[in-house]
Design a protein around this ligand. Sequence first.
Ligand code: C2E
Ligand code: CA
Ligand code: CA
Length: 401
Amino acid sequence: MSGTTRLGRVLIIDDDLLVLKMMAAHVRAAGYAAEFTSDPEEFYAMARSWSPTYVVVDLVMGKVDGLTVLKKLAEMNSNAVVVIASGMGSSILDSARQFAAASGLAYGGVLHKPFRRADVAAVLAAGAHSPGPVEPDTDELDAWDAAAFELELRNAATSGDFALVFQPKVSCVDSSVVGYEALVRWDHPELGMIPPSSFVPRAESAGLITVVTDWVAAEAFGWFARSRHHTDEHLSINVSASELTGKDLCERMLKAAAHAQVSPGRIILEVTETSAIADAKSSLEVLTRLRLGGFQLSIDDFGTGYSSMTQLSDMPFTEIKIDRSFVQKLGKSGPSDVMVRSMVQLGSGLGIRCTAEGVETVAALKAVTEMGCDYAQGYFIAFPMDEQALEAWLVERLSLA
Ligand code: C2E
Ligand code: CA
Ligand code: CA
């Protein structure tokens, strides 16, 4: 895949060359393209020509101070997400944050020095959710009428504007990689990155989600077949609720698997809990046919819907994915600990594997492991990465092992 299909472009300015090099290495390892300089003029020139998705600005530099850089970026109408790097105390960082926001810049967060690789990756991932250019203007997406949306979506599937990122899933017991979830990305030539959270629901309601699912299945199964994996690793893709009421999902998935020469037994189809249960009867038929076809089935975002234990035990799921909203609140006050523990127990009682998603900290990983969860997925383990970044991640992991 080309550089543009990575997670974004990160431009860094810092007066310390060692910091620059280290930061750039961390940024690249997290799946982003990185460029760096300690020269302000070169930085401004690159901010114009390279259109970075993120800029990382050191607050205290010899030649120029960070606020001057931010001011200049604002004058240039830069729409990059700003990350402030500093070893200063929190009050000065807070002032810098307010300054950035007041100047109309998209503020992505703070990187405290000294930083670790995980800190860099976490701040960039969090920045993707900041109100900035990474998220497209939803009004622009809304501006497409039904016909334009259909045209754009179908075009994306054939023109290479769709891309896949893969997020590894590991065993809680021995940290080995047990599988990958493929997640779709839409890099629109004019709107930039459109997150699935904005175009998937629209594709669903427009009856066009099969365009997305079929593209994802073909690409992801193809990738899985051509990359070398241990025989017990699996590949997960997301299928949409609306596809569970139609009758052809099973045939389409079988066809895609056969075409890529991947055994359906190594594929997990993830369906969100709310959707699987909403129309339980017709879903049951489709889910059963998929199981008979050999596919594994996962109930995604588990805990956010209201499925009863009876309904769950009636459905042929092979995995429960505990919703990240519970996992993120583990160890904090509130009912999440109890909820996660009982979801894990429910899974083990029914003989269904449990995956905790949204594992962002070592504390969360420890907690879900202690509760008996089988697998974990989340930013603490790895970010969703394009094919190349994933290969690099696997190589690095192997060398550490
Ligand atoms: P999901 O299936 O629950 O996918 C997990 C989402 O959580 C992904 O967001 C992933 O990037 C994010 N994530 C992973 N680890 C962490 C973590 O530690 N912390 C936090 N805060 N988030 C984490 P993404 O890729 O933006 O996808 C959002 C949703 O869009 C997905 O939620 C899924 O429902 C849908 N989606 C993505 N790809 C596809 C697809 O190919 N087909 C369909 N139908 N839906 C898709
Ligand atoms: Ca999923
Ligand atoms: Ca989920």
